[in-house]
Design a protein around this ligand. Structure first.
Ligand SMILES: CC(=O)N[C@H]1[C@@H](OP(=O)(O)OP(=O)(O)OC[C@H]2O[C@@H](n3ccc(=O)[nH]c3=O)[C@H](O)[C@@H]2O)O[C@H](CO)[C@@H](O)[C@@H]1O
Ligand SMILES: C=C(OP(=O)(O)O)C(=O)O
Length: 431
């Protein structure tokens, strides 16, 4: 049997001090995919979070023919994609690609550089149904031939003759928007994408692609126009701070009480989550690049109603930590998960810790206040794991959260950053 990572947490300490917010997972993954579009030069990405999804993305980049260096201490990735032109290597193999959702973001570069892509698997958090139909339909409208090999469960994309086209998304898909933009940047002619996503990471990716030479307008309006260019150049880019990492830290301070400065976090990137946390009793103040978060532990948290929706709505990735936080509020909270049909696995785990949560479909009622108690609990996905660490920090006794790999997929040095704030959290490896 291999080794397993676990998070061991003991509750009861307020948090205080300064935490550094990592670079955004959901910006760096599309940027690694975008870096493969450059036929010349070396891309330098700074503020890269040292997380498992980045390791997987870099493995995948090497697998398809790029040369990659990860200078972890400097949080810098260097990618040379000049030799990425072998159609035989234009394959996203299940053993790497099925371990993270961002693997689908490699398809545009493979289409443009090799004329072909075979997708043997795409992973990501298990949150219910997560289709890729918007991506494939968009590639087809740009001239690709997308076929499914049902026997092997592969998708084959032939794309020797991409050209601009009129595209739309049924809902403003985050990676869908990024993928259609990347598919369009080197396709001759004009592409229009209607109902595009507004997430800050999408804007960061547009900024990166624009620096590479892409012609993209309308980012942040929901209506994006791309004029195809002949080639893109490798550039240097510093990745924005991770708003979900910042939200998780803010909610953890809300749970334990205390006062913490989050370096790099931007209040405006929290969207509606900011207002919900303020209503619960959390104080925020932004001072340049530092976000101060405080919560007086002597005043009970107020219950809350929240509905997840695309940015600037309440981020679905913050729904799990919000549920954990709501168990501590004085009264009934109502949560509607409107993005995913299977993102309430956390409720059963919190119940093991003493929480009272009723789930019906995509709606949950959380009955607070609960005196949480430590337990052995399962991280069903990345944010469930982070939420259970949060719960452990206020629970009586010891909480063990496993598998820790899922937390490590998206939060860098999670235990040591919380421990530096005074939290009793350890990341342990057991065989
Ligand atoms: C790597 C990355 O950036 N992941 C984020 C991204 O995922 P991701 O980009 O996969 O999420 P989407 O915005 O695409 O998904 C939103 C909804 O649209 C549906 N859908 C999406 C595409 C498609 O072709 N067909 C379809 O039906 C999905 O099943 C889901 O119900 O945005 C999500 C929503 O903010 C976040 O939870 C993820 O952290
Ligand atoms: C759902 C998430 O990620 P992914 O799309 O990479 O599975 C997440 O970050 O919470």
């Amino acid at each position: 049997m291999g080794q397993e990572v676990r998070y061991r947490v003991r509750g009861g300490r307020p948090l205080s001090g300064t935490a550094f917010i990592q670079g955004a997972k959901n910006a760096v993954l599309p940027m690694i995919g975008a870096a493969l579009l450059a036929a010349r030069g070396r891309t330098v990405l700074r503020n890269v979070p040292v997380i498992e999804d980045v390791y997987r993305a870099l493995e995948l980049a090497e697998h398809v023919g790029a040369k990659v260096e990860f200078h972890e201490a400097e949080r810098t990735v260097v990618i040379d994609a000049s030799k990425l032109n072998d159609p035989e290597r234009a394959v996203l193999p299940a053993d790497i690609a099925a371990r993270f959702r961002g693997s689908v973001l490699f398809v545009p570069a493979l289409m443009h550089r090799t004329g072909h892509a075979r997708i043997e698997g795409v992973g990501g958090c298990n949150l219910g149904s997560r289709n890729l139909d918007f991506h494939y339909r968009g590639f087809a409208r740009l001239g690709a031939e997308v076929t499914e090999d049902t026997e092997r469960n592969h998708i084959n994309v032939e794309a020797s003759n991409l050209r601009g086209g009129r595209l739309y998304l049924d809902t403003p898909s985050h990676t869908g928007t990024e993928n259609l933009i990347m598919a369009a940047v080197l396709a001759p002619g004009t592409t229009v994408i209607e109902h595009a996503a507004l997430e800050p990471e999408v804007l960061d990716v547009i900024e990166f692609l624009s620096a590479m030479g892409a012609k993209i307008s309308g980012g942040g309006t929901g209506f994006i126009t791309v004029e195809g260019v002949e080639q893109l150049t490798a550039v240097e880019h510093t990745i924005m701070a991770d708003r979900i990492d910042a939200g998780v830290f803010a909610m953890t301070v809300a749970a334990t009480g205390g006062e913490v400065s989050l370096v790099g976090a931007q209040l405006e990137h929290l969207g509606v989550a900011r207002w919900k946390l303020e209503q619960m009793g959390v104080g925020f103040s932004q001072e340049g690049a530092v976000l101060h978060v405080q919560r007086d532990p002597s005043v009970p948290l107020r219950p809350i109603n929240a509905v997840t929706s695309p940015f600037p709505g309440f981020a679905t990735d913050l729904q799990s930590p919000l549920m954990a936080l709501a168990t501590l509020a004085d009264g009934e909270s109502y949560i509607h998960e409107a993005i995913y049909d299977g993102r309430f696995a956390l409720a059963d785990e919190l119940t093991k810790m003493g929480a009272k949560i009723e789930v019906e479909g995509t709606r949950a009622i959380v009955h607070g206040t609960t005196n949480l108690r430590g337990a052995e609990v399962i991280a069903h996905d990345l944010r469930t794991g982070a939420a259970l660490v949060l719960a452990g920090l206020v629970a009586e006794g010891e909480t063990i959260v496993a598998p820790g790999y899922l937390v490590d997929r998206g939060h860098a040095q999670f235990a040591s950053r919380l421990a530096a704030l005074g939290g009793d959290v350890e990341r342990v490896t057991v065989s």
